[in-house]
Write a protein that binds this ligand. Sequence first.
Ligand code: NAP
Length: 278
Amino acid sequence: MARSVLITGCSSGFGLDASVALAQKGWQVFPTMRNLDKRERLDKALAGAGVADRATVLQLDVDDAASITAALDRAGRLDAVVNNAGISLGGAFEDVDEADVRRVMETNFFGVLALTRAVLPGMRAQRSGHIVVVSSNSAFDGAPGMSAYTASKWAVEGWAECLAYEVTKFGIHVVLVEPGSYATDIWDSSPRIMPADGPYAEMGAIVEPAVDKQVIRRARDPREVADVIVKALESSKPKLRWPVGPDARIGHATHGIMPFGVRKAIVERVLGLHRWKP
Ligand SMILES: NC(=O)c1ccc[n+]([C@@H]2O[C@H](COP(=O)([O-])OP(=O)(O)OC[C@H]3O[C@@H](n4cnc5c(N)ncnc54)[C@H](OP(=O)(O)O)[C@@H]3O)[C@@H](O)[C@H]2O)c1
């Protein structure tokens, strides 16, 4: 019997690519998205790969408990879930409203907890399961204007590490996929809050073009991340952390070794922030 996986946030990006890649590997896939009006891109990709019959697309908004329950009822027994849905937010901490920060935490942190809480009883009963969380290299590498997003990913990292102690003995594996920069919609769809007359206006004016030029232009093919998700799901003893891409691997290797002052000086130089003298 085909193994089954439910994935969140499949209207674009890693979720879409992982749905196709897993279906190609013979999995029964339940790609989900919060707005089914956006399913055309996924439908085309599944059809193009000849695997549409292995996918059942469902509505699921990770911020909406009822939609989680309804999707899980439709999916039935699951071997794995991929908590992929996520949003980002740019802006200096002082410029960002608390409501915006809470929205990021709601989706990137509490949304992961809600879906995981809903699938754990079934996985414990069957004494098997993979719980994948698409975290980010950003969890460990703070950057100017990224405090809400970074906090949400750091939160999910700490939570997942604790969860791994609790559920591994029930045969359930917890996996953190930590991509570096990849070319998905998230860069365009995420709000950037930069008031022109605020104290951080100059910082934003320096950082924004540098990020657009140096980070986004170098962003890699998201199918690399989909392939790592497949690898983690097909591993019977997956490791906890899977950094993906050169920037994530360098961050992973140097985290805890390179003093923060050194890293900060490098990042400021790369972004041009050493020129900022407020
Ligand atoms: N791209 C990168 O460089 C990068 C690097 C590290 C980590 N990540 C992480 O990778 C994950 C996937 O992002 P992506 O890069 O593939 O970006 P993406 O193309 O923008 O995909 C994000 C997906 O999440 C969905 N989503 C947002 N809020 C949701 C909610 N409340 N419930 C259900 N779905 C929701 C979006 O749906 P809509 O279409 O309706 O908005 C979209 O399908 C995120 O967790 C992100 O933080 C991305």
